[in-house]
Design a protein around this ligand. Structure first.
Ligand code: FMN
Length: 168
């Protein structure tokens, strides 16, 4: 018998990830979504990917523009992650709750206090089951100083933080 979706979810939840908020602007309206299906892909050229569920509102948004942002969240940003993963939150003004600033080229939102933020330009979209794999070239980035800020982690459907040796 093939694995069930629940068995699959349980297995892949054991892959610990960071958390990102992916953003874009369509017709002057900001869109954002929490995503942990993010990965770096290539150094030459600089490419990253994010997997976006085709049923999500963010899928319509990212499909309508080539410019998007990725903010890699710090440990204190759990409320931000929860907010941008909330189904049915109002689209208009959804970024008002989170401090943000604008990326240099296309003005997508970068979340304040993120460990690093990327501005990307879509190069490819691959359909994969119920998600699209959106690949983008990184055209601008910002890296937080100091680099010792802790990341927000996700493991087995719970938020976690990194335990550094010597910590409690
Ligand atoms: C920790 C976490 C990670 C998530 N990662 C993804 C992801 O990588 N891709 C995705 O499409 N949805 C992901 N989601 C679900 C979306 O954040 C959620 O469905 C969101 O409400 C979609 O918003 P929208 O339908 O308003 O666009 C994740 C949710 C959580 C809590």
């Amino acid at each position: 018998m093939s694995p069930t979706p629940d068995e699959f979810r349980e297995a892949v939840s054991r892959f610990a990830t960071g958390i990102t908020v992916v953003t874009c602007v369509v017709d002057g309206v900001d869109h954002a979504m929490t995503a942990n299906a993010f990965a770096s892909v290539s150094i030459n050229p600089l490419l990253v990917l994010v997997c976006v569920e085709r049923d999500s509102r963010f899928h319509d948004a990212i499909s309508a523009t080539s410019a998007w942002g990725v903010s890699i969240l710090a440990a204190d940003a759990e409320p931000t992650s929860r907010w941008f993963a909330t189904k049915g939150r109002p689209l208009e003004g959804q970024l008002r709750k989170s401090g943000h600033h604008r990326s240099p080229r296309h003005g997508v939102a970068w979340i304040d206090g993120a460990l690093a933020s990327l501005e990307c330009s879509t190069t490819d979209v691959h359909q994969a089951g119920d998600h699209d794999i959106v690949i983008g070239e990184v055209i601008e980035l910002e890296t937080a100083v100091p680099p010792t800020l802790e990341p927000l982690l996700y493991y087995r459907r719970n938020y976690r933080s990194l335990r550094i040796e010597g910590d409690e």
